[in-house]
Design a protein around this ligand. Sequence first.
Ligand code: ZN
Length: 461
Amino acid sequence: MSATKTTRTSAEREAQAELTKTPPTSVFDLGPGTDSAEIGTQIYELIAELYPICRSITGNGFRKTMSLLQKQIPLTVHEVPTGTQVFDWTVPREWNIRDAYVKNSRGERVIDFQRSNLHVLNYSVPISRKMPLAELKEHLFTLPDRPDWVPYRTSYYKENWGFCLSHNQLQKLPEGEYEVCIDSSLENGSLSYGEYFLAGESTDEILISCHSCHPSLCNDNLSGVSIAALLAKSLAGASRRYSYRFLFIPGTIGSITWLSRNEEAARRIRHGLVLACLGDRGGMSYKRSRRGNAEIDRAVVQVLQHSGNAFAVRDFSPYGYDERQYCSQAFDLAVGCISRTHHGKFPEYHTSEDNLNFVSPASLGDSFSKILAVLGVLEENRVYVNQSPKGEPQLGKRGLYRNIGGHVDAEAREMAMLWVLNQSDGKHSLLDIAERSGIVFDQLQRAARDLEEHGLLKKQT
Ligand code: ZN
């Protein structure tokens, strides 16, 4: 860890102190108590703030993103030097860009990085010279099927330069000589990533990871980044059974780098979610972990099933976001990927149309609430033991049956208690009971709490 530099200002330390002053509440209670519309607006505003920055897998755009997140949470920023071996990969040279353009013969910028950072092939090496259109065209990328949109393209591991533009614009470029300039640098430096650890009662961890390396793209990248930051902020003030680790990393190389430097910490991860594409107007979707039936996989399905909204669940495949690395063979962590519309399944994916109009505060708030509910299930998924297992205990004499005033859902509540009592033999968790009974987890958890208060149930230690 000697190569690690830590960036944390006194303002951030004060912000942390402020967060910990918040009176503790249960993580589970945060769900219903959190106003989804209000949090959705906050997430959207953070996306709007991060949107203009030209990010990449390394460089100052990524660092600036981390420093803006530090206004929300006291994130630690690690710097890993170029050339560091991380499993089978090597931390690449650091890329930075100041300006880029293509000028026509009249000296007008016909393609201009200052108007959109998507116009430059991400990781372009520097260039400054004149060339005819035919030569320039070999370095231009467009989307003929979507002629008004600008694609997002990268060339991280193969040296190249290029520009991205709309197909219509390309077709309007007249023959002639063009001045091409990319004022970038690709030099020894470091790879940055952000990490925020929240200790809980247990050293067992829940991992929340998001790739943070895309430039001006909202759904793919910034929705996950902003939801993760505000989740971290919310959980900081809650009482937590689990410890939480938030990672803001460049895709692929970032998770590989983290895993290679934290093999021991990785073993403490019990559950995890990769957050991506959580702001579009489609329904929720979930990709299971490699294990397929891990507690996280079941907790997500439990929440989505009872949400009343359409959703899709897919099995693991070794393609996608950083779950690929967390679920690589030697780690096989219980990490799934939660999204709204699955990446690559919306035409705006990796184009200029994945912008601030494509994501909505309502969708962002809804995604946030559902993820929080999933964490609530994990926090409260306990195994209990019925303390009166011979026949049903008499609930009426304890005030638990029917004669409870004000409970409109008395019948559902009683059914939940009967299921919890019957199944709590030290072998079945609340999530097992939820799956078998079809009763929403929340209701079973409340029943368990009531029964525990009346001495009829004990948490298994
Ligand atoms: Zn992407």
